[in-house]
Design a protein around this ligand. Structure first.
Ligand code: ADP
Length: 151
């Protein structure tokens, strides 16, 4: 059976830290679906959703086994629909761990077939955080070294 993983997140924006998790995930999975969680009625994104889809596709253009979708439903439900048995997530620190720990319990309760797999961030990317990138960008700072594509 093909090993399909969903990599869910807000990706506002998608960073080199996210790219690293996906590329390392390729060793474990046959297919990885980057899933941007987005509710057009409620969410205010800093980077436009269509722009981010394009940039993530561009980042992984050499990898046919990586795709990008958006969703606005339970991640556990989406995984079922996409025939994904794994959720791929990254861990930077204990704050990530606390959050990921509870969310993975809920996801498995909602979909018993779903196993969460965590990769520890690579040291050069440990400090990369989407919300800090938004702040730096908002005030005109250069965020290009933190992103795998040109803005
Ligand atoms: P969410 O809003 O679900 O936390 P994010 O877009 O912030 O979504 O992150 C998606 C996933 O990527 C999460 O598992 C998060 O812990 C992980 N992640 C974010 N930044 C990094 C990084 N620099 N290195 C490794 N993993 C990261």
């Amino acid at each position: 059976m093909k090993r399909v993983a969903l990599f869910p997140g807000s990706f506002d924006p998608f960073t080199k830290g996210h790219e690293d998790i996906v590329l390392r995930g390729l060793v474990l999975f046959d297919e990885i679906i980057v899933a941007i969680g987005y509710n057009s009625q409620k969410d205010h994104r800093y980077f436009k959703i269509d722009f981010m889809i394009e940039k993530i596709q561009e980042t992984f253009s050499k990898y046919p086994q990586i795709s990008v979708i958006t969703y606005s439903e339970l991640t556990a439900e989406l995984a079922r629909k996409q025939n994904a048995n794994y959720l791929l997530r990254g861990l930077r620190n204990t704050t990530d761990f606390e959050y990921e720990n509870s969310i993975s319990q809920v996801n498995r309760y909602l979909n018993s077939q779903l196993e969460s797999v965590f990769l520890i961030t690579s040291p050069p990317f440990a400090a990369i955080n989407s919300s800090i990138i938004r702040e730096v960008h908002r005030y005109g700072g250069d965020v290009s070294p933190l992103l795998p594509y040109k803005l």
